[in-house]
Write a protein that binds this ligand. Structure first.
Ligand code: ATP
Ligand code: MG
Length: 264
């Protein structure tokens, strides 16, 4: 069964794209079939996957506006063994155009329908805003993965995102669930980070992944080479952390699958 996971947080620079690219490569390394959907006009996940966003004939924008079959636009990442539905700044226009259309939140879900079963996971990289693109991602998704930095305003931003998730659940996508909350760029020597982390654990319990992503320079460097950290420095703490996250997600999803089968 395919899992469609939106990687979302309206706060900028919290590690959404880094998580999307590196989790895609790490899950692919565990023999899962992966599609990464770049839904951010910044095209960072596209570039980070070694695809030149300035040289694209077709992008996710063409797919959303129903001009192009999705299979024609998907291409392989340069390294990492996963597929990419790429994006660039054209997507800004799609956001405006989508608003003018009826049922404008379901375009991505409809567009993905023809390919979704070819993959075990579809990861969607969201823009740093709660806009029509993010609504499309949350409507297409089964679950949301929320990367967050453990700092002062983080919890506040989280409650706005939770409200949006609730609204989407009450309207277009009743099955939408939180897959997990991921602590990113974590520095255990920072007291505030530890404090916010324990608040997070007491509020969200086991929805917070056990895996913590440390601040690691290799993770920041890898995109400039157009590849996931696993193909930049596979022994780095960043690479090991994302492999651990892939392991945790595989175990968690296998557990859920078993529960479902046992329940009939
Ligand atoms: P945006 O909201 O703009 O889309 P984002 O949430 O996708 O941002 P990223 O682009 O993944 O965030 O990360 C922001 C910056 O922090 C990038 O320069 C990235 O390389 C760096 N970064 C992300 N995670 C880490 C980490 N664990 N250690 C060091 N640097 C990191
Ligand atoms: Mg990003």
């Amino acid at each position: 069964m395919t899992r469609v996971i939106a990687i979302a947080n309206q706060k900028g620079g919290v590690g959404k794209t880094t998580t999307c690219v590196n989790l895609a490569a790490s899950l692919a390394a565990t023999r899962r079939r992966l599609l990464l959907v770049d839904l951010d006009p910044q095209g960072n996940a596209t570039m980070g996957s070694g695809i030149d966003k300035t040289a694209l004939a077709r992008t996710v924008c063409d797919v959303l506006l129903e001009d192009e079959p999705v299979a024609e636009v998907i291409q392989p990442a340069a390294a990492g063994g996963y597929a990419v539905l790429p994006a660039n700044q054209d997507l800004t226009a799609a956001e405006v155009n989508l608003l003018r259309r009826p049922g404008c939140g379901v375009n991505l879900r409809n567009a993905l329908q023809s390919v979704v079963e070819d993959y075990d996971y579809v990861l969607i990289d969201c823009p740093p805003a709660i806009n029509m693109l993010t609504v499309n991602a949350l409507t297409a998704a089964d679950q949301v993965l929320i990367p967050m930095q453990c700092e002062y305003y983080a919890m506040e931003g989280l409650s706005a995102l939770m409200d949006t998730i609730r609204q989407i659940r009450d309207s277009a996508n009743p099955k939408l669930a939180i897959h997990g909350i991921l602590r990113t760029m974590f520095d255990p020597r920072n007291n505030l980070a530890n404090e916010v982390s324990s608040q997070l654990m007491s509020y969200f319990g086991d929805r917070v992944y056990r895996t913590v992503i440390p601040r690691n320079v290799r993770l920041a460097e890898a995109p400039s080479f157009g590849r996931p950290v696993l193909f930049h420095d596979k022994r780095s703490r960043g690479a090991l952390a994302y492999l651990a996250l892939a392991g945790e997600i595989n175990r968690r999803d296998a557990g859920l699958q078993a529960q479902r089968s046992a329940g009939g």
